[in-house]
Ligand binder design. Structure first.
Ligand code: CP
Length: 317
């Protein structure tokens, strides 16, 4: 594996999930794979799980991990080609990325979308510029449109939870929130579940919250949450802002918050969320604290997903 930006960088999704499960069972089995290698974890935006789980994963493989909050501790970076840098940016990505490539064997980057300009965000300018100029493998810690380490974790959590010999019904449901959030987690989850191809996959959201069809094609899309939840085995809860009316939210739609009453229509479904979650806005206490919540298990599995990906990148080095 050269870079890890989306599911398209993965040859065999099931094998990668199995590798993550293998590391969960035996975290230190490849203790020396990353010996004498250094990984840079660059954050342009906040993080709890991604920052810590990826660092732990790198350490489990024997790598030295350096975390750099580039938005707070670095120079303001310019990403526009040919920019006349007489404003607030101090350093061009053409200069910063190759410098970082000299210091690190692998670079991991978190960068959220602006939610102001869809074309710019969906062009993935930030992560693509790092790929173009750093000269070392690049791993997405969540980009403008996707969150592949989260999705690998989510698929691993589904596979280790579901023991039946049939396709699970997985429902991705929109949930209310107090602010406009990126579409990354939802796009990425849809992309991975579709690429996996072993689920009955349903996406439900209010009209106006349609996602980019290039990620959702393959899933059934319903605007009735009640209908979507019927016989679900897994319910993945996530808010996202509008893709069509880009970055906007149209009312709070509080009625979309998942409750135990709504869950009665499911097949005793497990509930998933990537965290962080706004309790009693996006998801109710009764669901999050209930026995069917997988959210902590998901967060724990972030280590093994990251370790599987880093291992695949280290292997040919
Ligand atoms: N789920 C997730 O990416 O969490 P963090 O934003 O805390 O890293």
């Amino acid at each position: 594996m050269q870079n890890f930006i989306s599911v398209n960088d993965v040859d065999d999704v099931n094998m990668l999930v199995e590798k993550a499960m293998m590391y969960k069972a035996n975290p230190f089995m490849h203790r020396n794979l990353g010996a004498n290698k250094r990984i840079g974890l660059l954050f342009l935006n906040p993080s709890l799980r991604t920052r810590l789980s990826t660092r732990i994963a790198a350490n489990n493989l024997g790598m030295e991990a350096v975390v750099f909050n580039i938005d707070k501790e670095g120079w303001a970076i310019e990403f526009e080609e040919g920019a006349v840098m007489n404003g607030t940016t101090v350093e061009h990505i053409k200069d910063a990325a190759p410098t970082l490539g000299m210091y690190f064997d692998i670079l991991c980057i978190r960068s959220f979308p602006s939610l102001k300009n869809r074309e710019e965000d969906y062009a993935e300018t930030v992560i693509n510029q790092f790929i173009k100029y750093a000269g070392v493998p690049i791993v997405s810690l969540e980009s403008a449109t996707l969150h592949p380490l989260q999705s690998l974790t989510d698929l691993m959590t589904v596979k280790e939870t579901f023991a039946e010999k049939r396709k699970p019904k997985i429902v991705l449901t929109w949930a209310p929130h107090v602010k406009a959030l990126p579409q990354c987690v939802a796009n990425s989850f849809a992309q991975w579940i579709n690429a996996w191809g072993e689920a009955d996959f349903v996406i439900t959201h209010p009209a106006g919250y349609e996602l980019d069809p290039s990620f959702t094609n393959g899933g059934t899309i319903l605007t009735s949450q009640e209908q979507a939840l019927k016989e679900a085995d897994f319910v993945y809860v996530k808010n996202w802002s509008s893709y069509t009316d880009y970055g906007n939210v149209s009312g709070d739609d509080a009625s979309w918050m998942l409750t135990n009453k709504k869950m009665a229509a499911t097949n005793n479904a497990k509930v998933m969320h990537c965290l962080p979650v706004r309790r009693n806005v996006e998801l109710s206490d009764e669901i999050l604290d209930g026995v069917n919540s997988l959210v902590t298990k998901q967060a724990g599995n972030r280590v093994w997903a990251a370790q599987a990906v880093l291992s695949e990148i280290l292997k040919p080095m």
